[in-house]
Design a protein around this ligand. Structure first.
Ligand SMILES: [Zn+2]
Length: 130
């Protein structure tokens, strides 16, 4: 959702809070996620929701094409708020990633310590709609 680099897994050894969400609102005085705010790490509940969600944000100009983004499964922990279609969490980390370029598989796998696959291996319906 945001153009930021996730902290590499090695950082957790020296900073266990490296994967903690922070509220980006200027004067917020609460831990993320907060019930009355929109902060926290976001995750959708179902893979079928991914492409509609991406397309909506692309129409809003908030996301680039599928050739420039990674899609993945994430682990959430800490304080987690459930919503109708997904979750907002205090902590999150990728469980696996799907990337648009084979050149990204090895470097991202090493950086994040997770399995990384080519994007085309996602369910055909997921890709066909994209
Ligand atoms: Zn907040």
């Amino acid at each position: 959702m945001y153009p930021l680099a996730w902290t590499a897994h090695r950082a957790a050894a020296t900073n266990p809070l490296a994967f903690r969400a922070v509220c980006m609102r200027g004067r917020a005085n609460h831990d993320a996620p907060h019930r009355t705010c929109g902060c926290g790490w976001y995750a959708l509940k179902a893979a079928a929701q991914v492409l509609p969600w991406i397309h909506l944000r692309q129409r809003m100009g908030a996301l680039p094409s599928l050739r420039r983004i990674a899609i993945g499964r994430v682990a959430l922990w800490g304080r987690v708020i459930e919503h109708a279609e997904g979750y907002r969490a205090e902590f999150a980390y990728p469980a696996c990633l799907y990337v648009p370029s084979r050149a990204l598989i090895r470097p991202l796998g090493e950086r994040y310590g997770v399995e990384v696959y080519p994007l085309h291996l996602l369910r055909p319906a997921l890709i066909a709609a994209g």
